[in-house]
Design a protein around this ligand. Structure first.
Ligand SMILES: *Cc1c(COP(=O)(O)O)cnc(C)c1O
Length: 505
């Protein structure tokens, strides 16, 4: 399955999936055609959304512009164009018609967003699409591909805060308790929905491709599978664990295993997408950030539109830190809240180009060679969104921190010991919190949110290694290995008495 396959099997796979897509769409058309406003047993939430479609003109719109363009720039592109970079080769940004959104006050938007939470009404049951007017205002509800992602738990880390930090207002935003187990779902629902729209407009998109190993490929394959769109995932051979592979395999992606490293895969997918009509889903794609920014809006909403003092986000390619900034900024600009939180970006010390750049006073950014880290999703030395991250941090009095392997694994284990089950990336963010508390930058009463980016179950091997003290040069201070004991009542009692001590007497 993971070995390089011949071109003929590639074509075979692609046409099979395409046929399935055609069958699905024609079924939908029939259901639509039969529908005269009466609810039939075949009616579903998508049909209902179609019936309720407003006929009045949609006042909201968005377009691509060059990221941080000078005020006199006129360069812009429709979101229906297939374009990843600006004319000068820079990043793009999705720019909303803020004046149109401003025709409603903050109270209107707060009430609208609040009214959509926790329902199944298509597509607003999603935490992303409940903010549709701020995400992709012009897409038909019918074109949206959603797994009702978002609306993730904002967990009050009561015991962790009290015991380890002396804090009483500490929260963990569990973005990884999600459809495919990471926050990447928030962006991928937007990207795949837009691709679905382009395909329905008969634009030549035969599939979507990416060159990621972990969470991006998992999210891409699930959303494409839900919509019947072929997805192609390019992975470096022998550098991928089964756990990282199994999601795209199970979701029917065409998985290519290539004898190179990540950068080699990235180069190949870029070359491939120049030759074949495959949409590129990698992290420079600005559509994904529109979905990711809704996690920031959701945090404000969950605090009843009160602004936390600090939000700490682990960063690798650095799209997410900018997405959080953008979400908070829009809420501030449109009057939903009255200030901005301060953002902290947390990096692994083994992959810390942003940290070094921050420490050097934002002078002369230099990429680094990233070393292996347990926080594998942020093992990136030359982040695509460096400009976005610097812009975000400069504009909210932001801070960058780093975490060594031992620090991040200890922090993860400490969080787990208070009832969470977090990923190593969350351990990086928690380490940043420890350091900023110790230096007195974050006060004990500051309302602080730590963003957890993936589900801990995706990283069980790292936890097993830690708890069995199998990591070279790491004390694993908080490990809790199982006690091996004979199947004998006396032996078990001895062990239990030793554990319970005087409490058992
Ligand atoms: C992608 C990812 C990140 C990093 O996000 P960036 O936008 O690349 O900074 C962090 N944690 C997890 C679990 C991820 O999958």
């Amino acid at each position: 399955m993971t070995s390089c396959s011949s071109l003929s099997s590639f074509n075979l796979h692609r046409s099979t999936v395409t046929n399935r897509h055609v069958i699905i769409s024609s079924t939908v058309k029939t259901a639509d055609g039969n529908n005269n406003g009466t609810s039939s047993s075949s009616s579903n939430i998508r049909d209902e959304a179609r019936r309720n479609r407003s006929t009045s003109k949609n006042p909201f719109s968005a377009k691509y512009v060059p990221f941080n363009a000078p005020p006199d720039s006129t360069e812009s592109y429709s979101l229906d164009e297939i374009i990843y970079r600006s004319k000068s080769g820079g990043l793009l940004d999705v720019e909303h018609d803020i004046e149109a959104l401003r025709n409603h006050d903050g109270a209107y938007w707060r009430q609208l967003f609040d009214s959509r939470i926790g329902k199944t009404k298509w597509p607003y049951g999603s935490g992303v699409w409940s903010k549709k007017e701020w995400v992709l205002p012009q897409i038909d509800d019918d074109d949206i591909v959603s797994a009702f992602e978002g609306n993730s738990n904002l967990f009050w880390a009561e015991r962790f805060g009290k015991e380890f930090l002396g804090m009483n207002d500490l929260w963990v935003k569990h973005c990884g308790i999600s459809h495919t187990g990471s926050f990447k779902d928030l962006g991928m629902t937007v990207l795949v929905s837009q691709v679905n729209r382009l395909r329905k407009m008969n634009l030549p998109v035969v599939g979507v491709g990416c060159a990621s190993t972990g969470d991006t490929s998992a999210a891409l394959s699930a959303y494409c599978a839900a919509a019947g769109i072929p997805s192609i995932v390019i992975l470096p051979a022998d550098k991928i664990s089964m756990a990282q592979l199994v999601q795209p395999i199970a979701n029917g992606s065409f998985v290519l295993s290539i004898d190179t490293d990540f950068d080699g895969c990235m180069k190949l997918i870029k070359e491939i997408t120049l030759e074949l009509p495959i949409y590129l889903a990698n992290s420079l794609n600005s559509l994904r950030l529109e979905g990711q920014k809704t996690a920031a809006i959701e945090i404000l909403q969950q605090f009843n539109w009160e602004v936390p003092d600090w939000v700490i986000v682990p960063g690798g390619n650095l799209g997410n830190i900018y997405a959080f900034y953008k979400g908070f900024k829009m809420c501030y600009e449109l009057g939903l809240v009255d200030r901005m939180p301060r953002l902290v970006c947390a990096q692994a010390a083994n992959a810390n180009p942003l940290y070094l750049h921050y420490k050097a006073g934002w002078k002369d950014f230099k990429p680094v060679k990233a070393d292996a880290t347990f926080a594998s999703a942020i093992q990136i030395g030359d982040p695509v969104s460096i400009d976005r991250a610097v812009y975000a941090l400069k504009n909210c009095d932001g801070i960058v921190e780093e975490a060594t392997e031992e620090e991040l694994m200890d922090a993860m284990a400490q969080a787990d010991s208070t009832g969470m089950f977090v990923c190593p990336h969350t351990g990086v963010a928690l380490t940043a919190l420890f350091k900023l508390r110790n230096r007195g930058v974050i006060a004990p009463t500051d309302r602080t949110v730590v963003v957890s980016t993936a589900h801990g179950l995706k990283f069980s091997q790292a936890k097993i290694d830690y708890h069995s003290k199998a990591i070279p040069d790491m004390a694993c201070r908080f490990s809790n290995p199982p006690v091996e004991v004979k199947a004998d009542f006396g032996a078990v009692m001895d062990v239990l008495k030793g554990y319970l001590g005087s409490k058992a007497l």
